[in-house]
Structure formats: C-alpha cells, structure tokens
Design a protein around this ligand. Structure first.
Ligand code: BES
Ligand code: MN
Ligand code: MN
Length: 462
C-alpha cells in the first residue's frame, strides 16, 4: 500500500504528461477527416500498455477502427479482470465556445475541481478515465502488487455506436474470457460522495425526413396552398409528447420496468441538489415527465429528444421560401425492459401514421443499444464498493445513470460476465460539450482506487 502511494507520488507529473500526449491526438471517430489521428491514438494506447507492463499488447483490425488488446496473465488460477474503455472522442464543435483549444490540454481550476481540471476533448470521456487503468497497471507491475490477471480491450468506435465491437467479441470469446469487466466511462455524484453506476439507459436513434414540394418554393406565391415541411415536422414532433411530458407513441411504455415505491425510496437516498443543478445550467426551472423527480427522469424513465433539426433557409438575413423538405435526428433513451428494435419499429409506424397526406415521410434508424442494470450483491460490485470505501474513506452509493454504453449488454450475453461501472467523472465535466474537463483529483483517485479493486476482487474470490 505504502509502496503504491509512494510510486504514484513520485510519478504524478509524468502520468499527467503521458495523458496529455494522448489527449493531443484528435481521434474523432465520427469524422473521416481524422482517420489517421484515430489510428494513431490506437497506437499510442498500445504502446502505453506495453510500457505499463503488459506481456502482450496488439492492435486488432476490425472492419472499422481497430481494437487495442493487451494482457498480463500472472497466474491462470487467479481471477481475470477485463478492462474496457474507448480511445475515440466526440467532435469538439462548436469550436468558438471553447476557452482553450480542445486538443491542447491545459489545467485550470473550477468550482467543483479546486485542485485543477484537465481541459481537453476526451479528458473525461474516456481517455482520462481509460488511461487511469493503464497507469494503475504500471503502478501494480512496478510495485509487484498485481492481484489478478488483467486483459484490456480498448475500442475506437464507442462514440459512433460500437458497430464492430460485437464483431470482435464474437470472434474472440476465448481470448476475452474473464471473471469481471471493469469500466471507467461513467461518473460519480461528487468528489466527496463516491458512487457506483448500477444502470445505463438503452438507446434508439432515428433520423426523419418530411418532404413536401419537389423544390424550394416562393413562400408568397405558394404560401397557404401547400404543406410546409418545416411547419409539419414541428407539429409532428410536438405531438410526440403530451402536456405531462409523456411520450404519445402507442406501446412505448408497455415494457417499461416500473420500480416499486421501496426501490424508488432507495434511489432517492442519493443526494441531489436541485438549486445547484439549475445554477450549473443557467436554468430557472427544470422540465420533465410529471410524477417523477429529476434524478428519476434522467435514469429510470425513458425519454424522447430531438438532437438536431433543420430545413429551409438558415443563412443570414431573410429569404422567403417554403422548403422542399425538413429533417430531424431523434433519440429515445430506453430503460429496462424496453427493446431498442421494437421501440424503433413503434416509432416508425407511429410517425408515418401521423403524417398528413400532403407530405411524404421517411424514417431511417441509426444505431441502438440495450439498457443495462447490475446487481449490487455480485463480487464485482462488492470489490468496487470496498475499493472506493478504502480510497475515499466513504462507502459509495449505487446510482443508475441516464447515459448509454450499448456494448455492456452485449458483453453480458457474449462473455457471460457482469460489467462494473466504476467511473470517476462528475456530471458537470461537460462531456460531449465545449470545455470538457476531468479533475486532476479524479484522475489520481482513480489510479489509487483501481489496484484496490483488484485486491478486493481477488480476496472475494479466494
Ligand atoms: N461515456 C459515455 C456514456 C456515459 C457517460 C454513461 C456518463 C454514463 C455517464 C459514452 O461515451 C457515450 O457518450 N455514450 C453515448 C452512446 C453512444 C451510442 C454514442 C451516449 O450515451 O449518448
Ligand atoms: Mn464514453
Ligand atoms: Mn461519450
């Protein structure tokens, strides 16, 4: 223990510098202009794993971006931990809202990170969190304290739906065999309120197009005589929720797991400060489904959101035009036991049915993902709980998150093991937003906690 602490202390600056090197690589999986950079990030991760002491570290090609695989098998009779993370990041736009360059990491203080935070795209999601595991491996190797076998599977397509990870997992079941999957790609409640994520929402993502006339029209000559796709799309979208912010798609809630009052009470124990929540977002009020609290609305309840909407003239000045078409990207966050394919089908059927005969509608599905819940009585959860209790001096609380990591449900099916979501980000770390950051405290706390997970997981399996 002391040796580990000393090692961490002695190498802190270098650990940060190495993370900065990874953050400087703009591995934006969604944008093909960054293909070489995304490939380079895989290389950097592979090299870092070798350096950290892995016996084997390789780049495994897939039809898309490669998966970095590494392992250190110290004794086949010991339990094996599989670490999952991702080296790809979200596009940084809108660029003008960044206070520093997204791929030139800098440390600045924030209200919730008085000890400093690393500002860069991917700092929290997920390079900073994934890299804690690499540095924890180095620390355990160098101090001779690795308690379990370890495997790493770091992908480069998480932010675009992990299309090829299933492909890789199905072909490598033996190689990936493990006793527990450990993931740091989520958050915790606060730096002095540790928590472990026990649920993730699923996702159904569709793109819709409403078409009207065969060309853009003069809105004076034709206005009033034909359907305006912008107006119609807005009306159709508005009708997807009612005055209670309930989703109106028939059958949408059929499979939703309703929590008992008991379970809701248990979840309500996690502290939530509504005033701080509003202040952080500059909002005078919150919004959501009637009958549920904000933490419930963002975790155990499904949602429907328009992520982007466009059509017609959006340039400078005024152009009088009725557009030929209007489009929107719509996501639905799902909860247990909703099935993404079924929800996509229900959406499509409903959306087509509410379109007036004056327009044409197309619904195109994008990637989806299943929701996930993990029990708190598993050895994996217990090990994470003990590890955090030891490093934070406080027992972590279980919390269900609103975000999605679609591949976690597939891991359970294909690899038959549970994923433990031991994340160290804060909800205000601005992941996917301008000025994404990750606390320096959180980075080092993670490196301190991870070896304790291995220690407790081994002991619980003895
Ligand atoms: N790491 C996030 C998911 C997350 C963040 C879960 C915080 C819980 C707490 C992940 O990289 C992500 O952004 N997932 C996407 C889904 C994916 C299919 C693009 C999401 O949730 O929108
Ligand atoms: Mn992530
Ligand atoms: Mn993300």
């Amino acid at each position: 223990m002391k040796e580990q602490k000393d090692y961490l202390k002695a190498h802190k600056d270098r650990f940060l510098e190495e993370l900065f090197d990874l953050l400087r690589v703009p591995s934006i999986s969604a944008d093909s202009a960054y293909r070489d950079d995304t490939m380079k990030a895989a290389e950097v991760v592979k090299e870092s794993l070798k350096k950290a002491g892995a016996d084997k570290a390789e780049i495994c090609p897939t039809p898309g971006y490669p998966i970095v695989y590494a392992e250190k098998i110290i004794d086949p009779s010991l339990p094996t931990v599989l670490v999952y993370g991702h080296y790809d990041v979200q596009p940084p736009d809108p660029m003008n809202l960044w206070d520093s360059q997204p791929f030139e990491p800098v440390i600045r203080n924030t209200e919730r990170h008085p000890e400093g935070a690393i500002f860069a795209r991917g700092a929290c999601d997920d390079k900073g969190q994934m890299f804690m595991h690499v540095k924890a491996l180095e620390l355990m190797t160098q101090t001779n304290s690795l308690a379990c076998n370890v495997k790493f599977m770091i992908e480069g397509e998480e932010e675009v739906g992990s299309a090829n990870l299933g492909w890789f997992v199905e072909r490598n079941r033996d190689k990936l065999k493990n006793d527990v999957i450990l993931i740091s790609d989520t958050g915790m409640l606060d730096n002095d309120v540790p928590s472990i994520t026990t649920g993730l929402r699923g996702l159904s993502y569709v793109e819709v197009k409403v078409s009207g006339p065969n060309r853009d029209l003069h809105s004076g000559l034709y206005g009033g005589g034909v359907a305006n796709p912008n107006n119609i799309l807005a009306q159709m979208i508005a009708s997807l929720t009612d005055e209670n912010n309930h989703i109106t798609i028939p059958g949408f809630y059929d499979d939703v797991e309703e929590l008992s009052d008991e379970e809701r009470k248990e979840l309500a124990k996690a502290p939530f400060d509504a005033e701080r929540y509003k202040k952080a977002l500059d909002l005078s009020d919150v919004h959501g489904e009637a009958g549920y609290s904000t933490p419930e609305r963002t975790s155990i309840r499904p949602t429907l959101d328009v992520n982007g909407i466009w059509g017609g003239y959006t340039g400078e000045g005024a152009k009088t035009v009725i557009p030929a078409y209007a489009q929107a990207k719509i996501s639905m966050r799902l909860v247990p036991n909703q099935d993404p394919d079924k929800i996509t089908e229900l959406f499509k059927k409903h959306f087509e049915s509410i379109a007036p005969s004056s327009v044409k509608v197309e619904v195109t599905p994008h990637h989806g993902g299943e929701p996930y819940v993990s029990p708190i009585d598993s050895k994996g959860y217990q090990a994470a709980s003990l590890a955090m209790e030891e490093s934070f001096g406080k027992k972590p609380v279980p919390v269900r998150s609103g975000g999605s990591i679609p591949i976690v449900a597939l891991f359970e099916r294909e690899l038959e093991s549970k994923s433990i979501l031991m994340g160290f980000g804060l909800d205000t770390d601005a992941i996917h937003s301008p000025n994404e950051h990750y606390g320096v405290f959180n980075f080092f706390k993670g490196i301190e906690t991870i070896p304790l997970f291995y220690k407790h997981f081994k002991e619980l399996n003895d």
